[in-house]
Design a protein around this ligand. Structure first.
Ligand code: GCB
Length: 658
């Protein structure tokens, strides 16, 4: 692991504003996380303490953004270093105050929380392991506990954790101080990439003026976005579990692998329970297969009257340590389902699956990208109201809590990594590639056991026509398949079918197009011809199934126009209908899905084409339906009801709730 900024790397020593390149560049890259990344669950052997709520916060406004490292703010309570404010966690910090300089802040910010740990965690001669875990923080994080650096992590959207037992166990009864330095600077080699541009024309910009350029269309919210927890395990513990499933009508096999850390002398026993709590299979040892007779398969929403069926796999580990018996228990929800891709179909449990769904964002007023339970549950209610059976995690991995609900409700997911806006030539070099491979490892480690995840997406709209894109995507996709041979892999393209250099390596073609919007704006009549040509060109070239992974039009809610003009609700509806008529022809052949852009309006950078953000939502940012939502709802329920495998019981709009 590279030295932290405190190791002397602050500032690049170049003249003027270049010193503002912050410490991030001196920090280097955090290594891939070793071991597993099981979600912290409470079990008979594990406790969990939530650290959400108010944290102390201070943005480093010093000219080099480096005062925090020079003055070692982590060595003392943050309030003693200067003025602090209250900051909610989880939340983005950008929209919390009235201060525009915080909204658009780039550089290091500091968070701090003091926590009192239960005495029982600290009093048993190190047989309890205490772990500090962040669901995600955007973007580069360095964490100290009581002034000692415990971890460093590059990248938002994915969890990271550290064993802090040795630091906290020496001081029972004294609150432990958790300090986090977080930097939201994006470089050509981060995911997503970005760049800092210094404006050196002194006649137009103040001294040291710079902007962060990004090539993606959502606001670059930053902060501690997901839950921070402390959890315990015994000192010998279950570190990772990997489960894959195969099945026929009457028998399913659940293959498992369990890794244990802390001792080589341990025993493992496993039992698989159904939803009534009945044990349906048992096993032992670190690897094996469980046989389930007459399995309840995991079915997508609207494909079965009981979608999202999950068994509960209980893994129990016992080890003798210094004469004491240690026991660790972890419970993992397991959905049994299979996936196959043919040249024209996507099969779940052997049945054709048509993606009728949405693209989303983690985005809302005030909290930005912070996890918010009311919003999460509202979104799932809206998805099911809409009759949507799927979404893509555009354009980064979503919170584990969201993914849990996808598993539970049967919402099918195309799980996308933060490879969005890869446009610069230098972002296709080896440094970027190596980081992309690490991010895929972290994503797969986190989500590999989720039945809802049916495909990995390694990028969105990269410059895949550039020559280095061929090697780049060949490598990223091969790596992803090597890590997880059980799922197809794709990336989402808007390149010309004849020029795209990554498409040869994907299993499913995912293509975005905005006919009558970015191309031929206002000309709805060109859609049938252009969309038909798009599909035929791609299919002729690759003979792979195709998903329309984005299409849409902005509409300002309440703006009406007949005949339909751009930005009115009528135009958005009319555009949908033109697309749908082509989908209906091509889904009889090889089109296997349609994902609207976007589920809800969302914030972007300011610009001449964005009116307080992107307005392509079929719901407003506050989750109220625009007219287009009703068009889509009618359509999705119709498609679901037509599906031959749909049992009669759910042929109704009213049965969408479990
Ligand atoms: C796209 C991008 C998405 C944008 C959308 C738009 O192709 O993938 O991130 O928000 O278009 O509305 O421009």
């Amino acid at each position: 692991m590279a030295a932290g900024p405190s190791g002397g790397g602050v500032g690049c020593g170049m003249a003027g504003g270049c010193c503002l390149l912050f410490s991030l560049l001196a920090v280097g890259r955090a290594a891939a996380l070793p071991g597993g990344m099981l979600y912290p669950r409470e079990t008979p052997s594990r406790e969990r303490k939530e650290l959400g709520g108010l944290w102390s916060f201070r943005a480093d406004f010093s000219p080099g953004r480096d005062a925090g490292f020079v003055q070692r703010w982590y060595r003392q309570p943050l309030r003693q270093t200067g003025p602090v404010i209250d900051m909610p966690v989880p939340a983005s910090f950008n929209d919390i105050t009235q201060d525009p300089s915080l909204e658009n802040y780039i550089g290091w910010v500091w968070y701090e929380k003091e926590v009192l740990l239960p005495l029982r965690w600290l009093q048993d001669d190190l047989n309890t392991r205490v772990v500090l875990r962040f669901g995600s923080a955007h973007y580069y994080s360095i964490v100290w506990v009581n002034g000692v650096q415990v971890m460093e992590h590059e990248g938002g959207h994915l969890p990271f954790e550290a064993d802090i037992s040795s630091i906290v166990q020496g001081s029972p009864g004294i609150p432990c101080r958790i300090t986090v330095a977080l930097n939201n600077t994006l470089t050509p080699h981060t995911l997503p990439p970005g760049s800092i541009q210094y404006m050196n024309d002194k006649t137009r910009y103040p001294k040291n003026y710079f902007v962060q350029n990004i090539r993606f269309d959502f606001f670059n919210y930053a902060g501690i976005h997901r839950p921070v927890v402390l959890y315990t395990t015994p000192s010998v513990y279950i570190d990772d579990i990997t489960v894959t499933t195969t099945s026929s009508e009457s028998v399913a096999m659940v293959q498992y692998q369990v890794s244990v850390v802390g001792s080589t002398l341990y025993s493992l026993s496993l039992s698989l329970r159904d939803q009534e709590g009945k044990v349906v299979a048992t096993g032992d040892g670190p690897a094996g297969e469980l046989k389930v007779l007459n399995p309840n398969l995991w079915w997508p929403y609207l494909m079965h009257k009981n979608p999202g069926y999950r068994y509960c796999l209980e893994v129990k580990m016992q080890a003798q340590v210094n004469g004491a018996l240690l026991e660790d228990v972890y419970t993992l929800p397991v959905g049994i389902r299979t996936i196959h891709v043919t040249s024209t179909q996507f099969l779940i449990n052997g049945r054709p699956f048509y993606f009728h769904g949405v693209n989303k964002h983690e985005d809302a007023d005030i909290r930005g990208k912070g996890l918010d339970w009311p919003l999460v549950v509202k979104d799932f209610n809206l998805l099911r109201w809409l009759g949507a059976n799927s979404f893509r995690t555009s354009h980064y991995p979503y919170a584990e809590e969201i993914m849990d609900l996808c598993d539970a409700y049967g919402i099918v997911v195309i799980d996308e990594c933060p490879g969005v806006g890869i446009k610069m030539l230098e972002s296709f070099g080896n440094k970027s590639l190596q980081h992309h491979l690490v991010v895929m490892e972290e994503l797969i480690r986190r989500d590999k056991n989720r039945p809802s995840v049916v495909m990995w997406s390694v990028a969105n709209e990269p410059a895949s026509e550039l020559p280095p894109a061929a090697y780049y995507f060949k490598t990223v996709i091969a790596h992803t398949k090597a890590l997880d041979p059980s799922r197809p892999v794709t990336f989402v393209t808007d390149a010309n079918y004849a020029l795209d250099r990554g498409a040869p390596y994907v299993d499913v073609i995912c293509v975005n197009s905005y006919f009558s919007w970015y191309h031929d704006p206002g000309h709805l009549e060109v859609i049938p011809l252009q969309l038909t040509t798009q599909f035929e060109n791609w299919y002729k070239t690759y003979q792979k199934p195709i998903i329309q992974s984005e299409y849409g039009a902005d509409s300002v809610p309440g703006l009406h126009s007949d005949p339909p003009l751009m930005f009115s609700e009528e135009y958005q509806k009319a555009m949908l209908r033109e697309y749908h008529s082509v989908f209906d022809k091509k889904r009889k052949e090889y089109v296997i899905g349609e994902l609207i852009w976007n589920f809800a309006d969302f914030m972007t950078n300011q610009g001449t084409t964005r009116v307080l953000g992107n307005k392509k939502g079929i719901f407003t940012r506050q989750r109220q339906p625009k007219s287009a939502a009703f068009v889509l709802r009618e359509r999705y329920w119709k498609i679901a009801n037509e599906s031959s495998c749909l049992p009669p019981i759910i042929k109704s709009h009213t049965l969408f709730l479990k």
